[in-house]
Design a protein around this ligand. Structure first.
Ligand SMILES: *[C@@H]1O[C@H](CO)[C@@H](O)[C@H](O)[C@H]1NC(C)=O
Ligand SMILES: *[C@@H]1O[C@H](CO)[C@@H](O)[C@H](O)[C@H]1NC(C)=O
Length: 355
C-alpha cells in the first residue's frame, strides 16, 4: 500500500538521523562505562547529560526539519479565509463553515476529531479547498509529513483484501497521530471506499479521550465524495431555472439534500452510519460551477502557467475559446460545466500551444 511506503525522510533529515544514532552510541557507552566502573550517582549524571543533549538536539533539529510544533503546524485563520475568498469561485456555502469549524477545532482541547464531509460533482473544488487548508495549516503544505492524502481507488482497489487494508489503515492512522496529534487526513473518493474500511475509521472520529493510549481528538479528517452530487446539482439548476441567484441557496437546505437520502437508507450511502452516530462534524456542499466561474478559473490558470503576467492582459475571446473546449449542462441552456474547473489546465495547454 502506497501510504505505508512513503519516503519519510528527505536527505537533510536522514543526515540528522545519523547524528541521532551517534548520540545513542554516546549514551550507550556512557551507560556502559558508568554501569561497570562508576557509582550510581555518576550513572544519573551521565543520563542527565545525555537527556540534556538530546533535548537540545531536538530543539535545533526542529528549527531545521519539520516537527509537530507550532513552528511547522499552526493556522492563520484570517489568511485562510482571505485565500479561499480570493481563489475559490462560486461556492458561497463552503468557505464560512470550513473556516469556522477549523478554527473551533484548532483550540486547545477539542471534544472530538474534526470530520468534514465534502460533497459535489467533480471539479467543484473539493480537492482544491483541501490543498489550500493543508497549505495554511502546515508550513510545508501538502508536502508535510503530517498531511495524508488517501485515495480510495488507489489505496484500496481489491475488495477481497479488505481485512488486510483495515489492519494497515488502523496501524497507519495510529502511528501518524502518535507522531503528530494535529495530523490531517484527506480521504478522496470516499464513495468508492469498501464499506468495511469505513468501520475502521469510526473510533477515531468519536469522542474518546483515549483510545489504546492515543488521543485522536486533535486530528482533522476531510472526506471527499461525489455522493449527493446529483441532488446538489439538481437543486442548483432548479434555482437557476427559476431565475434566482445561486446565493439564495441556504446551507441548511443543502445539508438536508445530503443527509436525508442517507438517513432513509435509500441510497446505501457510505456515510449512513457516520451520520447516524453523529460522527461527521459538518457537511459541505459544493455547487456545480457555471460557465462564468470556469472562466475565472481559466484566467487564474493562464496567469499561473505563465502564459500571461496578469489577468488584464487576457482577452475575453481567448478565455471563451478555452471555455468552449469543456462540456456544459443541461441540454439547451448549457450553463453548468460537467467537469467544473478540473480539466482546464489541459485545455489551456491545448489552446495555448496551438500555432
Ligand atoms: C494572519 O494573516 C493576515 C492576513 O494575511 C495578516 O495580516 C496577519 O498579520 C497574520 N497574522 C499572523 C499572526 O501572522
Ligand atoms: C439499510 O440497507 C441495508 C442494505 O441495503 C441493510 O443491510 C440495512 O440493515 C439497512 N439499514 C437500516 C437502518 O434500515
Amino acid at each position: 500500500m502506497k501510504i505505508l511506503h512513503r519516503q519519510r525522510h528527505d536527505q537533510s533529515s536522514s543526515m540528522i538521523f545519523r547524528k541521532d544514532y551517534t548520540l545513542l552510541i554516546i549514551y550507550l557507552s556512557l551507560s556502559l562505562v558508568s554501569g561497570e566502573f562508576m557509582t550510581a550517582g555518576v550513572v544519573a549524571v551521565g543520563s542527565a547529560i545525555s537527556a540534556g543533549l538530546l533535548a537540545g538536539f531536538n530543539v535545533i533539529n526542529c528549527m531545521i526539519n519539520e516537527c509537530c510544533t507550532d513552528r511547522w503546524v499552526s493556522t492563520n485563520y484570517t489568511d485562510l479565509k482571505l485565500t479561499l475568498d480570493a481563489k475559490l469561485y462560486g461556492q458561497h456555502l463552503v468557505i464560512e463553515p470550513v473556516v469556522k469549524h477549523l478554527k473551533a477545532h484548532g483550540k486547545d482541547n477539542p471534544s472530538k476529531a474534526l470530520a468534514l464531509s465534502f460533497h459535489g460533482w467533480t471539479g467543484t473544488g473539493k480537492n482544491y479547498v483541501s490543498r489550500i487548508v493543508a497549505e495554511k495549516m502546515f508550513a510545508k503544505g501538502m508536502k508535510s509529513k503530517f498531511v495524508h492524502l488517501i485515495s480510495a481507488t488507489k489505496e484500496f482497489p481489491h475488495k477481497e483484501m479488505v481485512p488486510f487494508y483495515k489492519d494497515k489503515l488502523r496501524d497507519f492512522i495510529e502511528a501518524r497521530v502518535k507522531e503528530c496529534p494535529r495530523s490531517f487526513f484527506i480521504f478522496d473518493e470516499m464513495d468508492k471506499m469498501p464499506p468495511g474500511i469505513i468501520d475502521t475509521l469510526k473510533p477515531y472520529l468519536d469522542f474518546y479521550e483515549n483510545l489504546g493510549g492515543v488521543d485522536y481528538r486533535k486530528a482533522t479528517f476531510f472526506f471527499l465524495s461525489n455522493t449527493a452530487g446529483n441532488d446538489i446539482a439538481e437543486r442548483t439548476i432548479t434555482t437557476w431555472t427559476n431565475n434566482l441567484d445561486r446565493e439564495t441557496i441556504k446551507l441548511k437546505e443543502m445539508e438536508e439534500v445530503i443527509r436525508l437520502p442517507a438517513l432513509n437508507n435509500k441510497s446505501g450511502l457510505w456515510h449512513s452510519e457516520l451520520i447516524l452516530k453523529n460522527l461527521i462534524t459538518a457537511y459541505v456542499p459544493f455547487l456545480p460551477l457555471e460557465r462564468r466561474h470556469v472562466k475565472q478559473c481559466i484566467k487564474d490558470g493562464l496567469v499561473h502557467k505563465g502564459y500571461y503576467k496578469s489577468e488584464d492582459e487576457i482577452s475575453d475571446a481567448k478565455v471563451q475559446e478555452i471555455a468552449d473546449e469543456l462540456q456544459y449542462y443541461p441540454e439547451g441552456v448549457l450553463i453548468f460545466s460537467t467537469t467544473g474547473c478540473k480539466r482546464i489546465h489541459e485545455k489551456i495547454d491545448l489552446i495555448m500551444e496551438e500555432i
